[in-house]
Design a protein around this ligand. Sequence first.
Ligand code: GLU
Length: 422
Amino acid sequence: MPELRRRTEISMLETARHFFDRAAEKLGLEEAMVALLRYPKRKLIVTFPVRMDDGRVLHFEGYRVQHHPVLGPTKGGIRYHPEVTLDEVQALAVLMAWKCSLMGLPFGGAKGGVRCNPKEMSEGELERLTRRYAAEIAPLIGQDVDIPAPDVYTGEREMAWIVDTISMHNNAQFMPGLVTGKPKVLGGSEGRDTATGRGGFFVALQLLEHLDVPVEGATAAVQGFGNAGSVFAVNFHRAGGKVIAVSDSKGGIYNPQGLDPEAVLQHKRETGSVVGFPGADSVSNEELLELECDLLVPAALENVLHEGNAPNVKAKAIVELANGPTTLKADAIFHERGIPVAPDILANAGGVTVSYFEWVQDRAFYFWSAEEVDRKLKQFMDRAFRKVWHRSREEKVDLRMASYMVAIERVAEAARARGLYA
Ligand code: GLU
């Protein structure tokens, strides 16, 4: 959804570093620790050929960045998008590092990406691209080193190809723990496909409760109706909330009486978009962000809430299901206006949390029921939310700063315990 984001302010990487610096200062981190944790440990850039269906051979650029393996192997998704850059992947890797730490997972952060347009590629082309990219980053990944997962425009299918490719390079040894977000038949976990939206829903429930807003009748506007946004909307609706607007890259729909997200999902499956859903008015992505509602849920790409629209946001609170949807200036505006923001590293951490469960199950070859996964996911999300909420009250900082402080403190403690091999 390239048209949804804006690149007029500082980059997501600079933003992530800015929040890190502020949290480090508040925590009083020593200089050597700041230097250790501020920059990624490893960055790999690969250029590789892919044979297209028409016989041409095109070259693609891909990346894998590991932020820091202090707490354990690094972890993070792989995105396919025409605007992927090394800078963006570095920013997403550092967000993963704080996200994993905040959730109490034994992982560092990583991210990967390939600059390509998956919407214009055939399944065969995507398979060849995925297998070749996997072969290129093979020296860096492994179940005890760095564990990829799905991200924007990748899913179970791509994860299965990666497992197969790397396994073929290793004497046909089946290696399910190498990536998460796999099909269940290959060692995937129950609940992984819905984990990001479901985790965000648990965070939204906590946030509403702490703001004294009952979920029954509470309103939400959801930008982005992909895996995260649609699952969130369905959960919110089932809990008695009203989803008044949703959108995708083609546009949005609005009904102040509330939409039925399951019916919208069906419409999207049939027509390719939420646009044209019967009984709803159309609304642009920009307008959706400025609707009167209790919760605004950006669930698409980064930088959609910026200095230009943040003063017009009328939501009572924001739940960041996307990574990096709020620019630095917008963040300051929300802080000033007293609009609480459940930050990405908390609100969308359900995905990597169930990835962790998947990895644990793969290592044991013993699989849990959907109920068990869901119960544990709720436990992890609620625990993280409460920690962040208390920290924000204690230190008089907003939820994002509190999340960064909790997360960075844990990584720093681990790094101190390990000591410097310098
Ligand atoms: N790509 C997801 C994220 O940004 C999930 C990563 C994972 O499961 O490792 O959190």
